[in-house]
Design a protein around this ligand. Sequence first.
Ligand SMILES: Nc1ncnc2c1ncn2[C@@H]1O[C@H](COP(=O)(O)OP(=O)(O)O)[C@@H](O)[C@H]1O
Ligand SMILES: [Mg+2]
Length: 324
Amino acid sequence: MLAGIFLSVGSGGLRLIEERPLPQIARQTPQILVVGGGKGGVGKTCFSVNLSIEIARKGWRVILVDADLSCSNVETVLGVEAQVKLDVFFLQRGGKDLNAVLCDTQYENLKLIPGTTGLLDVANPKYQQKAAFIRELQLLEADLIIVDLDAGAHLNTLDFFLMTDTNGVLVITPEKTSIDNAFKFLRAALFRKIERFYQSPEVALLLKRTESLRDFIATVKTSELFEPEMRKQICGELVAIARGIRPRIVVNRARNAYEAQIAANILSKFARQNLMIEPESLGFLYFDKCVPEAINSGTPFVVSYPKQKITACVADIANRLGFF
Ligand SMILES: Nc1ncnc2c1ncn2[C@@H]1O[C@H](COP(=O)(O)OP(=O)(O)O)[C@@H](O)[C@H]1O
Ligand SMILES: [Mg+2]
């Protein structure tokens, strides 16, 4: 990860400032898997819930976190009703402790950090509150923490997605709109990371006018804002920031493996060509009517439909993540 002192382009020209990144989570235990993807309704929550149960029932200690701060619904998909809400954490003064909102579920080895009530105060936590939340997450006792994000590319969502940039999962469907949204989400995450790295209003302004990292690099190469000898160094840093994001793609609602593969390939190609980000493919889930039926019955499909092909897809992904 990029660390230490770096250059900022302020109105007075370049100056050295200290880096203040979001807390990055070491990839020892617990492993943290952040599930995002931009578009609402693509299946992020269904995927997060079913994967959590699948891995927990193999004996791993899993914590599922509902980080959808405006419209949480993990409890509904999981079929539980938590007595506390994440609001308690954000409203705590002084020492914040996520254990205060950690709930047991009906599944052995699976605990839940429920979502918020969605009230305004907690739907938009301050940066320090988010940093505290991310810091506290890594102190929880678990083998795996799965964080279910909300739709869109709000700063909260981007900051949560970036906390484990090598582990982020992008859930998409084979639809063009979903691929497009996931690309925009990835671009917003990358630009957020660049913005936070340089902490310069000028860089932020330039980014707002840019469509891709390649365009941004082209702008930097000719920009009067940067001393000529700095341009090369900045371009190198930009590429390193992009390479540090290695998302994994899960294609949901696919009719077959081929359709899923095509969708993942399109997104990967866009990301590689425009953002210099190289995503990996983590797997796919079939379109299956058992998914809404399972939600309505309050029992996730890996439990209520163990023989469906979609359940085997979830097991494949768990294996690929190293949870045998
Ligand atoms: N593989 C699937 N096959 C059929 N329906 C699905 C599938 N995955 C999700 N759904 C349906 O899509 C809806 C939205 O899923 P959800 O996980 O809430 O999306 P998100 O969290 O991305 O907004 C769910 O209500 C569910 O019924
Ligand atoms: Mg959701």
